[in-house]
Design a protein around this ligand. Structure first.
Ligand SMILES: [Fe+2]
Length: 357
């Protein structure tokens, strides 16, 4: 029975070349080459499972030819031919990736044995390559499934966030849209102070959810137009803690929780709920704190008119280092972020009303 394996015999001497061909021709598809150059030409558009290669040839040194073949077809097995005198060279060839070597004159059994060994290894390599292709394909399918699952989770996340934000909006009508505006501004500040895309996204998520704890504050207090009593103010002050408690069980909001918890801390340590100072307060919470205050000052409230940009600037400078992080005040004023913010809000409101109408 003829094996489909392709074998290339390379030897400049006719005698050994023919001897090998005679031994192998009945069982394999045999090609012969009488020089190194001819051997390399044989690889144009064709694959060989095994090459039997003479170490000493006039045009190309056998070890160099071995390297060339391994470069062109790394999976091809190579067996070197040598005389007793150059066993050392053959050993060197093994180090360069040859499978084995045959010593002249050839012994039929040794030749068949080495060829079978080479073809078996070639077959294993091919099997491994096919397996690898299968794994790569399975991996791609898995990647697509993970991507789909991730998009699904993101979708659920957006729905969850929208529901929570809507819950606060429903409870405190005067601050409707407040979260989205703060998120835009906090994101803007985050970008200006050099936060990474991930950090900016986190700031945005936390800003949208920062007042979620107001769900736990009675409406009568939230909607009160007169000054709050000390007792009512104490209740309002609980909203960062309530917010953090609401969000804590949600695994994917884990990193948002501390920002919600600390968004009413003040730079001088007089804020709540912990009274942290300066850099003890997470930077992103300091960003949300100033964005929150700026939005409140620039918005029309039932109990106060919207301040002008100039007035807000004055207020930021007045409270720099006490209520606000001076670095953030500086960034907002130097980059004229208040004007940019107003422009963003106007554009957003215009597009919202046109889509509503
Ligand atoms: Fe708040």
């Amino acid at each position: 029975m003829t094996n489909d394996s392709c074998i290339l015999i390379v030897d400049d001497e006719l005698g050994p070349r023919e001897a090998l061909r005679m031994i192998l021709r009945d069982n394999y598809r045999v090609t012969v080459a009488a020089s190194g150059k001819e051997a390399l030409d044989c690889f144009a558009g064709k694959e060989y499972d095994l090459v039997i290669l003479d170490i000493r040839m006039p045009d190309i040194n056998g070890v160099d030819l071995l390297a060339e073949i391994k470069k062109k077809a790394p999976e091809t097995e190579v067996v070197m031919i040598t005389a007793y005198a150059s066993v050392e060279t053959a050993t060197k060839a093994l180090r360069y990736g040859a499978l084995d070597y045959l010593i002249k004159p050839f012994d039929r059994a040794s030749v068949l044995n080495v060829v079978e060994k080479g073809l078996s290894r070639r077959s294993n390599t091919r099997g491994m390559r096919d397996k690898l292709k299968e794994l790569q394909l399975a991996n791609k399918t898995l990647e697509k499934e993970v991507e789909y699952a991730y998009k699904n989770i993101q979708g659920h996340y957006s729905e969850t966030v929208s529901s929570l934000v809507a819950a606060v909006d429903a409870k405190d009508a005067y601050t409707k849209g407040h979260q989205e505006r703060i998120a835009r501004f906090a994101q803007l500040i985050g970008q200006k102070i050099g936060c990474s895309a991930e950090e900016t996204e986190l700031i945005k998520q936390a800003a949208i959810l920062h007042d979620i704890g107001k769900i736990g504050v009675p409406e009568a207090i939230l909607m009160k137009q007169d000054a709050l009593t000390d007792e009512e103010y104490e209740i309002i002050k609980k909203h960062p803690v309530i917010g953090a408690k609401i969000l804590s069980p949600v695994q994917f909001l884990k990193e948002v929780v501390p920002l919600v918890f600390f968004h009413h801390e003040r730079f001088d340590g007089t804020g709540y709920p912990r009274g942290l100072k300066g850099s003890q307060i997470p930077l992103s919470a300091r960003v949300i704190c100033i964005a929150d205050a700026v939005d409140a000052m620039l918005s029309q409230r039932p109990y106060s008119r919207a301040k002008t940009v100039e007035k807000v600037k004055e207020e930021l400078l007045r409270c720099s280092g006490t209520q606000f992080d001076p670095q953030l005040v500086d960034v907002i004023i130097k980059n004229d972020l208040l004007s940019v913010y107003l422009l963003l809000v106007e554009t957003h409101e215009a597009s919202s009303s046109s889509s509503d109408g």
